[in-house]
Design a protein around this ligand. Sequence first.
Ligand SMILES: [Fe+2]
Ligand SMILES: [Fe+2]
Length: 140
Amino acid sequence: MEKPDWGQSLTIGNTSMDLEHRLQIGLIHALDESIRAGQTREEVAKILAQLYEYTNAHFLAENLLMRLHAYPEYPLHADEHDRLVGSLEALRRTFDSGETSMTLESIESLRSWLAVHIQGMDRRLSSYVAENGIPVVRRT
Ligand SMILES: [Fe+2]
Ligand SMILES: [Fe+2]
């Protein structure tokens, strides 16, 4: 699997989203490497569980950000998050079935799908928040 490109392609300019994406994509790479390195099923399962939990937390954070800003694309974007979680659940089932090569293929397609999501929907959300941000309340 190619190393993540943290140049212009995956960095979208929102500090917290960028940090969360690094962790999310980092976990996908750690998962891929743990299987290729022949780590035990328990070790691989632990990374897969972390990826699942972290992805859910990240999508929840983005969904809340969209609601906070009454973001017009919220329903479409949230639906895509649901589909991505569904593909992670399918990946978990593939791993549980012991199909190693199919698991690696599923990880690769999840990585590609996430990259497209970050570069498209997440980048648009980041721009919207930057342009329509809620003003910071100054305390005197
Ligand atoms: Fe998103
Ligand atoms: Fe995201």
